[in-house]
Design a protein around this ligand. Structure first.
Ligand code: NAP
Length: 309
């Protein structure tokens, strides 16, 4: 066990991400006390049954009292509400961070409420699954995954380093960029693929010429991988779409143009165009495997991931 990085950590929100952090903190001994707070009494009770923390508190405001590190893990649309609740009780010198999938909006919602002397450092671990709730989390979720920080100008270097050291202890690789750039990058690597998945699964569901039972029965051929993405938490993804609107719309416009190009190539039998694109995209897949972001297994590494849990 390593030396505790913090005396008291407060976890606001204890779903997939919050509970995975809690499990790592416990396993690695990264804090003496872990105070957990969540919106519903039911989830709080479940967190206690799972022994995810040392204290369980209904009010977010009470939970952050005396905490050195506060990690907010709620849907991005709830960020302002949480910031307003916790602000009056934050200790001077505390670090407040979040894990939200969009960053400019979270900053706009939370920063104005942060008292002077509190270090607000937005973050985003690029790790997750399509599951949600405290039972879905697991230790090691963040291992070998990126955690991106989008610090505000003038952020205290010491506080930033402490937060980075915490995520490094969870096994993450860390990076830093500004919030607008983060939101563009994530729009293409994460948000657009989810939107496409929601769309394709919705289209299949609406088809009249292919029955739903055929879609389910023959789903091994490509469709299955979309259904995993399309099973992601509706609240989280509604909020991502609403809170990264500009970047997502920009990427969707590009996507639609490129799709029209592909559509034309298919219509006119332009095999060379199709072959050139499919060759280029195959090379990207190879680079992702080489960078250690996935394994070259036919199940896209899902069994390997399940085995880790
Ligand atoms: P989750 O499993 O659904 O858990 C959500 C948590 O937030 C629960 O504790 C829930 O409380 C609470 N919550 C929900 N709505 C709330 C509201 N309106 N006000 C206050 N609290 C609320 O979600 P998650 O997957 O951990 O995601 C949490 C954050 O991590 C999101 O911002 C998401 O963008 C980000 N993220 C997710 C992933 C992923 O793959 N899932 C990856 C990276 C980052 P109750 O259960 O008590 O209602």
């Amino acid at each position: 066990m390593s030396e505790p990085h913090f005396q008291r950590i407060a976890l606001i929100g204890i779903g997939l991400i919050g509970s995975s952090i809690a499990r790592d903190v416990k396993e690695l001994g990264l804090a003496r006390e872990v105070v957990i707070s969540t919106r519903s009494a039911e989830t709080l009770k479940r967190a206690e049954e799972l022994k995810l923390g040392t204290h369980y508190v209904a009010s977010a405001e009470d939970a952050v009292k005396d905490a050195d590190l506060v990690i907010v893990s709620v849907p991005v649309g709830a960020s302002e509400d949480v910031a307003r609740q916790i602000a009056p009780a934050l200790k001077a010198g505390a670090i407040v961070t979040d894990v939200g999938s969009t960053k400019a909006s979270v900053i706009a919602q939370m920063a104005p409420h942060m008292p002077k002397g509190v270090h607000f450092i937005p973050g985003h671990p690029l790790a997750g699954t399509e599951k949600s709730g405290p039972d879905a989390g697991f230790a090691g979720l963040f291992r070998d995954r990126w955690c991106i920080f989008t610090p505000l100008p003038g952020t205290d270097a010491n506080a930033l380093q402490r937060l980075k050291d915490f995520w490094i202890a969870l096994g993450s690789r860390i990076d830093e960029m500004d919030a607008e750039h983060h939101d563009k990058v994530l729009a293409i690597v994460s948000h657009l693929p989810h939107i496409i998945a929601y769309n394709i699964v919705g289209t299949a569901d609406d088809l009249e010429t292919v029955t739903e039972s055929e879609v389910i029965k023959y789903s091994a051929s490509g469709f299955r991988d979309f259904t995993r993405l399309a099973a992601s938490d509706p609240t989280m993804w509604r909020d991502v779409c609403l809170h990264n609107k500009d970047a997502i719309l920009e990427m969707l416009a590009r996507f639609s143009e490129d799709l029209a190009y592909l559509q034309r190539a298919i219509r006119w039998g332009e095999g060379d165009k199709l072959f050139e694109l499919f060759t280029r995209t195959r090379a990207i897949r190879r680079s992702i495997v080489q960078a250690g972001q996935d394994v070259d297994a036919p199940d896209f590494g899902r069994h390997a991931l399940d085995a880790k849990k």
